[in-house]
Ligand binder design. Structure first.
Ligand code: SF4
Length: 332
C-alpha cells in the first residue's frame, strides 16, 4: 500500500478533518474516513491508494460514457480502489468498496509512459471513484497536459468546491453521475449530497469542461418519472446541449430488484428530449432509440452508434453539422 499526504485536511480536536468531500470526516488516530482510503497517522492525513492501479484497459471513449468527446476514439483507462458513496446497487463494488483489493503501483510518470505506448487520446480516471484518488489524479493529469493529451474523469461529482475547482483546471471532459433528484435518496440510501453534485455539474460546465451526465435508472430507487424529468429540466436550465445518458440498471452488489423497465426508459427518453438536445439510452439493445447523435437543427444523423461501433457521418472538424452548420459542441 502506498501512502501520500492528503492535500485537503486540517487538524481538529478529535484528530484531523478531511476537507476533500462533503463528508468532511473527522478522523481519529489510526482511523480512516467514510471512503476507507484516507487514514490519520500521527496527526497527518494520508491517502492509501496513491499510484495503486487495480484496473487498466484501452476503452472506447463511448464506454465512459462520453458521446461528445472525440467520438470513435480510444482512451487509456485506469482505476484504483475506494469510493465516498455507498450505493447498494454499485456496478463496480469489487474495487469501489474493498480497500484491500490487489493493485500494482505506478508513479505518475510511469503511468503516462505506459499510456503513451498506445494510440490513445489521453487518460481516463474511471472504474472506482477518482474523487478519492485526488492527489494522484492531479499529478498524472499535469503530466498528461504537458504531453498535449486529454484527461477524462468519470465521477460521482461528490467533491468540495476547492478541490473540484483544481480538477477543472486539468480535466478536459467529465462524465458526472447524477443519481437522483431527491435529496433524501442521496442522503439516506447513497450517502451523498445532491446539492454538491448539482453545483459541480454547473461549475464544470461554466469552466469549459466538456460535461456529460449519467443517471442509472434503478428500480425502486429513482425510477420516478417526475424526478427524472426534474433532472433533464435542471440540466436544460444550465445548457440544453449538455448530453444526458439514462442507463439501464441490472441487479448488483446488495440490490436485487428487477432490471429497469425498458418501456419506462423510452418514455423518459422521449419526454426529456423535449428540453434537452442530446438524450441517450445505455445498457439496452442498440436497435432501441437513444444511440445516435441527431442534429437538433435539421434532424440529420451526425454520429451513428451500434454498441461501440461508432461512425461519424455528418460533422465537420469543428463539431458542426455538415448539413445545416449547427454547432453541436462535440469536440473532435
Ligand atoms: S474523501 Fe474520504 S475521508 Fe475525506 S471527507 Fe470524503 S469520505 Fe471522508
Amino acid at each position: 500500500m502506498s501512502m501520500n499526504e492528503a492535500m485537503f485536511y486540517e487538524k481538529s480536536d478529535a484528530g484531523v478533518r478531511c476537507l476533500l468531500c462533503p463528508h468532511n470526516c473527522v478522523i481519529g488516530e489510526g482511523n480512516r474516513g467514510v471512503c476507507n482510503t484516507r487514514v490519520n497517522i500521527e496527526g497527518r492525513l494520508f491517502s492509501t491508494n496513491y499510484g495503486e492501479i487495480t484496473a487498466m484497459a484501452m476503452d472506447p471513449v463511448e464506454k465512459k460514457p462520453l458521446y461528445h468527446f472525440y467520438p470513435g476514439s480510444a482512451i487509456f483507462s485506469v482505476g484504483s480502489r475506494g469510493c465516498n458513496l455507498k450505493c447498494p446497487f454499485c456496478q463496480n463494488w469489487q474495487i469501489s468498496q474493498n480497500s484491500e483489493y490487489p493493485a500494482t503501483f505506478y508513479t505518475p510518470k510511469d503511468l503516462v509512459n505506459r499510456a503513451l505506448k498506445y494510440d490513445t487520446i489521453g487518460i481516463a480516471y474511471t472504474y472506482n471513484e477518482p474523487s478519492v484518488w485526488f492527489e494522484y489524479v492531479m499529478d498524472v493529469s499535469e503530466i498528461v497536459c504537458s504531453k498535449g493529451l486529454k484527461n477524462v474523469l468519470v465521477s460521482n461529482g461528490t467533491l468540495n468546491e476547492k478541490p473540484f475547482d483544481l480538477l477543472c483546471g486539468v480535466i478536459d471532459a467529465m462524465n458526472i453521475d447524477l443519481k437522483s433528484f431527491n435529496g433524501d435518496v442521496y442522503r439516506k440510501i447513497i450517502k451523498g449530497d445532491l446539492e454538491t453534485v448539482k453545483r459541480n455539474i454547473a461549475t464544470a460546465h461554466s469552466k469549459g469542461v466538456l460535461v456529460e451526465v449519467t443517471t442509472l435508472v434503478v428500480t425502486g430507487i429513482n425510477d420516478n418519472f417526475e424526478e427524472l424529468i426534474n433532472i433533464s429540466d435542471f440540466l436544460a436550465s444550465i445548457d440544453r446541449s449538455i448530453p444526458w445518458h439514462i442507463s439501464r440498471y441490472h441487479p448488483s452488489y446488495k440490490y436485487d430488484k428487477d432490471p429497469t423497465d425498458i418501456d419506462f426508459m423510452i418514455d423518459v427518453y422521449e419526454a426529456a428530449s423535449e428540453s434537452l438536445d442530446y438524450v441517450y439510452t445505455g445498457n439496452i439493445a442498440p436497435s432501441l432509440p437513444g444511440g445516435d447523435t441527431v442534429c437538433p437543427g435539421c434532424g440529420t444523423i451526425l454520429v451513428s452508434r451500434s454498441g461501440y461501433n461508432v461512425v461519424v457521418k455528418a460533422l465537420d472538424g469543428q463539431g458542426k453539422c455538415s448539413g445545416c452548420g449547427h454547432d453541436t459542441g462535440i469536440r473532435m
